[in-house]
Design a protein around this ligand. Structure first.
Ligand code: ZN
Length: 79
């Protein structure tokens, strides 16, 4: 993936967590996506494999980008 800021090739990596990884409009005490409308699950909870999402990094611009189209960023997502 090319960085949309500087157009250089981005470094692919992962963001992982023992918990679900999701985007929400703000931080909640109970943060699970299913409780909050409009949330985006980037990686569903997997106790066995650990939740992980593919993320692209540009060290020059100090940006990290996650492409969540069709849940393709979720490393535990069945393809
Ligand atoms: Zn960049």
């Amino acid at each position: 993936m090319k960085c949309p800021y500087c157009d250089e090739e981005m470094e692919q990596g992962v963001i992982q967590s023992p918990h679900e990884i999701s985007w929400k409009n703000k931080k909640y005490f109970f943060g699970k996506a299913e409780f909050h409308e409009g949330s985006i699950v980037l990686s569903g909870l997997s106790m066995l494999k650990g939740s992980a999402t593919i993320a692209h990094c540009c060290r020059k611009c100090e940006k990290i980008i996650i492409d969540y189209k069709d849940s393709s960023c979720d490393m535990n997502h069945a393809k």
